[in-house]
Design a protein around this ligand. Structure first.
Ligand code: SAM
Length: 249
């Protein structure tokens, strides 16, 4: 007896919609997402689409109507509640565009709860385009199956970040000048990782960091990693040690 194929099929497109989803609701999709569904995926009336709203979770919908540049979807049922990702923040000095996109995409896939751009003395890229980062976050969530978008904070100067640092949240300072091996530092949630700019931290910033009670200096090995490599390596290590990679999937 052939197995009943899974429904919706694994290839079902997933889309973020910024409106609350409920059963029997109708959702209109237009713009780039509509172009993607109509002209790239060539989907027709009746085709399934998975939607998530960053409020209630993920829902199965199907195409009720198609137009030249928009579609109307009928929301059928909830497929997953909104997830609770581990309470990890990634604090990073913004780097050049493509590599910044990479940090945002990978950190979202890995499961961080908050992305915090930090302006340091040697930060080259002071202005980050919020809409661009938000688009990266949404695309990564659509692709990796997340139902909750990581929060994206406004850029903040390092001194201000430390001055306003919340009590009880460990800050794992990735320091190329040396620190404790990751595995020896117990920093369960709520926690955060800090990665510097290409030029690294200044002596003054290092003193400020080391003086902060929440800070633990960690090493990511004997080689100088690019900022984006360090950000993703540290996030992966934390997820494996304290995050949601510790339980059988
Ligand atoms: N300009 C610095 C230098 O030449 O010494 C290197 C900065 S590195 C490209 C960018 C950031 O990645 C650093 O500020 C640090 O946060 C992190 N990083 C790079 N390699 C690391 C390592 N081996 N251990 C811990 N953090 C590292």
């Amino acid at each position: 007896m052939p197995a009943t194929p899974a429904w919706p099929p694994a290839s079902t497109p997933r889309l973020f919609v910024d409106t609350p989803l409920t059963s029997e609701a109708m959702a209109t999709i237009d713009g780039a997402a509509a172009h993607y569904l109509l002209n790239v995926m060539r989907l027709k009336v009746g085709a399934p689409i998975l939607l998530f709203d960053n409020r209630s979770g993920e829902w199965l919908a199907n195409i009720a109507e198609t137009g030249r540049r928009s579609l109307t979807l009928h929301v059928e049922r909830q497929t997953r509640p909104i997830e609770q990702v581990p309470d990890l923040w990634l604090c990073f000095a913004p780097v050049k565009k493509a590599r910044l996109d990479w940090i945002i995409e990978k950190a979202t896939e890995l499961g961080v709860a908050r992305l915090q751009p930090v302006i340091t003395e040697r930060t080259i890229v002071e202005r980050v385009k919020r809409e661009r980062l938000e688009a990266q976050i949404i695309e990564a969530c659509e692709q990796c199956g997340r139902t909750a978008l990581p929060a994206l904070s406004e850029p903040v100067k390092l001194a201000q970040l430390l001055a306003d640092w919340p009590a009880g949240r460990a800050l794992l300072f990735a320091d190329e000048a040396g620190g404790a091996p990751f595995a020896t530092v117990a920093a369960p949630a709520p926690a955060a990782i800090l990665v510097g700019p290409e030029g690294g931290f200044t002596v003054r910033e290092r003193e400020l960091l080391v003086a902060s009670p929440a800070v633990r200096r960690i090493t990511l090995g004997p080689r100088i990693l690019r900022a984006e490599t360090a950000a993703i390596a540290a996030t992966g290590l934390w997820m494996a040690q304290h995050g949601d990679w510790t339980s059988d999937a």
